[in-house]
Structure formats: structure tokens, C-alpha cells
Design a protein around this ligand. Structure first.
Ligand SMILES: Nc1nc2c(ncn2[C@@H]2O[C@H](COP(=O)(O)OP(=O)(O)OP(=O)(O)O)[C@@H](O)[C@H]2O)c(=O)[nH]1
Ligand SMILES: [Mg+2]
Length: 318
């Protein structure tokens, strides 16, 4: 997933004002009749909810907006130019590389930011003054960073059943397989909790294991996409597949959240004990709930058991 990009933007310069004089009939005098220059085009950054990542900026990094049209005789003003619009996914953070200033965060559909301001058009000539050139448009180097907009983030060890669970609560169909790191970039799924509530989004965060913050597995690179979440769904493989211990998994993952920091470990968590259809799970759950005094939702994502209770829990917490 491409979730960072750097682009260069240049707003349009203003068009030049026109130097022109018109003779007055039956006299030797002349009146100025130049037109002023048109305004250049702004560079706007706008959210397009159909875009999911910053991929297209790999191929195109330079955006130059059009210059304003020059003025002409007969007091004809040059036309203003139309803005150059750069489309980005919801959740894009825009910074000016030159001074490292945050220009804005765009999260809502069609939200817009003025990235570079156009130059005004030049003045037309007067009796005493010559016409002027248009002003230059701003130019900047910008960094774009994507932090997905999702109210709910699914976290858990590889193979704990995050993708399987996501297919049961939302209408998306990620790849599911019995090997770790099947999901290699965050997956978004729309989630309708009830007809009265707005449509929510859930995101599967891939590749968290002990040491993710030191770059193990896929590293903690994708945890950024859980930062906007209001709620974390923490999936634990209660069957302890591949000889793992569910209690250790739980503590290790929470340690990774603490090490990553940025408020993630303070977010409310809903604990989901998955794979309860497997024989080892029942006994493991007993041991687990003896050690960890939190509310636990026993689930079989594969067998579609316990899903409604989790949705009820989400409704309660949100
Ligand atoms: N028995 C059983 N198997 C499950 C259950 N949920 C998931 N699985 C299986 O566990 C394996 C991993 O499932 P995924 O949904 O791909 O797990 P994941 O957490 O998304 O895995 P990564 O994307 O690799 O991190 C698959 O073979 C699933 O069929 C469950 O409730 N019961
Ligand atoms: Mg997955």
C-alpha cells in the first residue's frame, strides 16, 4: 500500500495587463483602453472517497496550474484560469516540506484545501502608468501522508482470523488463508450496525507480532491506520494454533501498542476469542479468563458463531 507521497505544486501566475491606447475621434488625444490580466489557477487538494491510497502519485509528482490569460485592447480583461484539482483519499494529511508546517487533514468526502494560491492578474495601463505583469503563483513541495479513516480497527496476530471475521461483519472479501501474513496491507470494510446509525468503516491491520515495533514481520508501519479508530477489536486465536499461547499473544500485542504509543493503547478494546469451534479453544479460554479479567466475546468467525454479540458490544461502546 502506498500511503506516503511527495509532490511539487505550482499555482498559475497572473496574466499580464495590456498596454493599449485608443485614439479619440477628430482629436489628437488617446485614451488608455488596455484590459487587466486574468487570475492564475489555484492548486486545490480535494478528497475523493473512491480513492483508497496514494498510488497514483508514484507516476505523477508535478502539478502546474494554468496561467491567467493576458488582457487585451478595447478594455478586454484576460480570463481567470480554472483551478487545478488534485484528488486524494479520505484521511490524507498535507504538510509543507519547506517549513514543515501542517497545512491540513482531509477526512470528509469532497473536503478541500488550498494548496497553492494563484497569482493575481496584472493591471491595465492608465493615463500615467504602464500596464503591469501578473503576480507569480505560489509553489511548494508537499508531503502527503495517509491515515485511513476507519472507526473500528481489527488487530491481532497473523492467522488469528481477522480477515475471516471482517467478512462476517462487513461486505468485503479479502483473501483468507492458513498461513501468516496473508493480508499485506490494510483492508477496509463498510459496516452497517443499524439502519439508524451512519455507515461505519472497519480496517484490518496486518502483520502484528512481538517485535513489530523493531520491524519484525511487516513491522508497525500499518498501525498508523488504527490511529483514527474509536475502537479496537482485538482478535485472539483461542485454539493456540502453531503452538502459541493466547495469553502471551494478548500481552505481546498490547505491549506492541504501548511501544508504538500515539494513544493506541488508551483506546477501548473489545476482546474476541476466535476459533472457538476447535477442541483446544474451550480449555484455553478457561485459563485465559482466569488470568485476564476483561469481558471476552467467544466467537467462531469461520462458523459464524457469536458475531451478533460482538456487533451488540460495538454498538454499546460506540
Ligand atoms: N477453525 C477455525 N478456523 C478459522 C476461524 N477463523 C479463521 N480461521 C482460519 O484461520 C486461518 C487464517 O484466517 P485469516 O482470516 O486469513 O486470518 P488473518 O488474521 O486475517 O491472517 P493474516 O492476514 O495472515 O494476518 C484461515 O485458514 C481461516 O480459515 C475460526 O473461527 N475457526
Ligand atoms: Mg488477513
Amino acid at each position: 500500500m502506498i500511503d506516503r507521497a511527495r509532490i511539487y505544486v505550482k499555482a498559475g501566475d497572473g496574466g499580464s495587463g495590456c498596454n493599449s491606447f485608443k485614439g479619440v475621434k477628430f482629436t489628437r488625444s488617446h485614451h488608455p483602453d488596455g484590459g487587466s490580466g486574468g487570475r492564475g489557477a489555484d492548486v486545490l487538494i480535494r478528497v475523493d472517497k473512491n480513492i483508497r491510497e496514494l498510488k497514483e502519485f508514484r507516476g505523477k509528482q508535478h502539478f502546474r496550474a494554468e496561467k491567467g490569460k493576458d488582457g487585451s485592447g478595447n478594455k478586454k480583461k484576460g480570463a481567470d484560469s480554472r483551478p487545478c484539482i488534485i484528488r486524494v483519499p479520505p484521511g490524507t494529511i498535507i504538510r509543507d516540506v519547506g517549513n514543515n508546517l501542517l497545512l491540513g487533514e482531509l477526512t470528509e468526502p469532497d473536503q478541500e484545501l488550498l494548496a497553492a494560491k494563484a497569482g493575481e492578474g496584472g493591471r491595465a495601463n492608465t493615463k500615467t502608468q504602464a500596464a503591469t505583469r501578473g503576480l507569480p503563483g505560489e509553489e511548494k513541495e508537499l508531503s502527503l501522508e495517509l491515515k485511513l479513516v476507519a472507526e473500528i480497527a481489527l488487530i491481532g496476530y497473523p492467522n488469528s482470523g481477522k480477515s475471516t471475521f471482517l467478512t462476517k461483519i462487513s461486505s468485503c472479501s479479502p483473501k483468507i488463508a492458513a498461513y501468516p501474513f496473508t493480508t499485506t496491507s490494510p483492508i477496509l470494510g463498510p459496516l452497517e450496525l443499524s439502519e439508524e446509525l451512519p455507515l461505519l468503516t472497519a480496517v484490518e491491520i496486518p502483520g502484528l507480532i512481538k517485535g513489530s515495533n523493531q520491524g519484525k514481520g511487516l513491522g508497525a508501519q500499518f498501525l498508523r491506520h488504527a490511529e483514527r479508530a474509536k475502537l479496537l477489536l482485538h482478535l485472539i486465536d483461542m485454539a493456540g494454533s502453531e503452538g502459541r499461547d493466547p495469553c502471551e499473544d494478548y500481552h505481546n500485542l498490547n505491549q506492541e501498542l504501548k511501544d508504538y504509543d500515539r494513544g493506541l493503547c488508551a483506546k477501548p478494546q473489545l476482546l474476541i476469542a476466535n476459533k472457538m469451534d476447535l477442541p483446544e479453544a474451550e480449555n484455553n479460554l478457561k485459563k485465559f479468563s482466569f488470568k485476564i479479567k476483561e469481558k471476552i466475546y467467544p466467537v467462531s468467525a469461520k462458523g459464524s458463531l457469536g458475531i451478533e454479540e460482538v456487533l451488540e458490544g460495538i454498538r454499546g461502546l460506540l
